[in-house]
Design a protein around this ligand. Structure first.
Ligand code: 13P
Length: 260
């Protein structure tokens, strides 16, 4: 079973939600919960304003801290932006790159995603790169082509050693925040294609070690069958990561099915 070669990861994306109070409540509940016997790598990607607080609160909680965006330059005249070294200094270890909401609302292109991925890796931040097709692309039957293009461009200057630091998240745009989760078969088909594409780019050994997550209306009711899919190694969770109790249920299911 190839799953033994990769980390099981349950990551939360708080998007533009949360404050110091909700963050404290979240970690209080996490620390009160009992840790599942099998272990998943748990990550909470918070708004940049909460990185430092999350880093402090996450100590002794088995959570790593991430954030949701960064600029590809190291410094300069980019008003309002944050560089990789800035978010690392604040306490982030992971960064989500190329989320469909950034692509849609902030004009992030595949080329920008590639630049950010390279800058993150060179700075020592671990990228969670998001790829995903729109409803229209799926209806026209070009899902796999779209995913391949996004992936190939994002990783265009990443070598096999750097690939070890990268996590890929498949998030169909039509499934995000809609309550319409991809079926396990749909999710597996695309995640398998992602791994095939990685194999073509980096070889079998490198490809089998990359954690591929599913994201899009995932919750405790549908997580099990998604985690059972051969090429899926965890989840990137939006809404259901906001409350510790909901998120912990997903972590528990992850630990049971894909935990190590
Ligand atoms: P939802 O789980 O709220 O659908 O969001 C998924 C997502 O976009 C995570 O990055």
């Amino acid at each position: 079973m190839d799953k033994r070669y990769r980390k099981a990861i349950i990551a939360g994306n708080w998007k533009m939600n949360g404050d110091n109070t909700s963050l404290k409540t979240f970690f209080k509940e996490v620390k009160q919960s009992k840790t599942p016997k099998n272990i998943t790598k748990n990550i909470l990607c918070v708004p940049a304003t909460l990185i430092t607080a999350a880093q402090g609160l996450s100590k002794s909680s088995k959570f790593s801290v991430g954030t949701q965006n960064m600029h590809f330059e190291q410094s300069g005249a980019y008003t309002g932006e944050l560089s990789a070294s800035m978010i690392m200094e604040a306490g982030a270890e992971y960064v989500i790159i190329g989320h469909s909401e950034r692509r849609k609302f902030f004009g992030e292109t595949d080329e920008i995603v590639a630049k950010k991925t390279t800058a993150a890796v060179l700075s020592g931040l671990k990228p969670i790169i998001c790829v995903g097709e729109t409803n229209c692309q799926r209806n026209f039957g070009v899902t796999l082509e779209v995913i391949r293009r996004q992936l190939k461009i994002a990783l265009s200057s990443i070598d096999a050693v750097q690939l070890k630091k990268i996590v890929i998240a498949y998030e169909p745009v039509w499934a995000i925040g809609t309550g319409r989760t991809a079926t396990p078969e749909q999710a597996q088909e695309v995640c398998k294609e992602i791994r095939t594409c990685l194999r073509e780019m980096y070889g079998a050994k490198s490809a089998r070690a990359v954690s591929i997550l599913y994201g899009g209306s995932l919750n405790a009711n549908n997580a099990r069958e998604i985690f059972e899919q051969y090429d899926i190694d965890g989840a990137l969770v939006g809404g259901a990561s906001l409350k510790a109790q909901d998120f912990l249920k997903i972590i528990e299911i992850g630990a049971e099915i894909i935990g190590k």
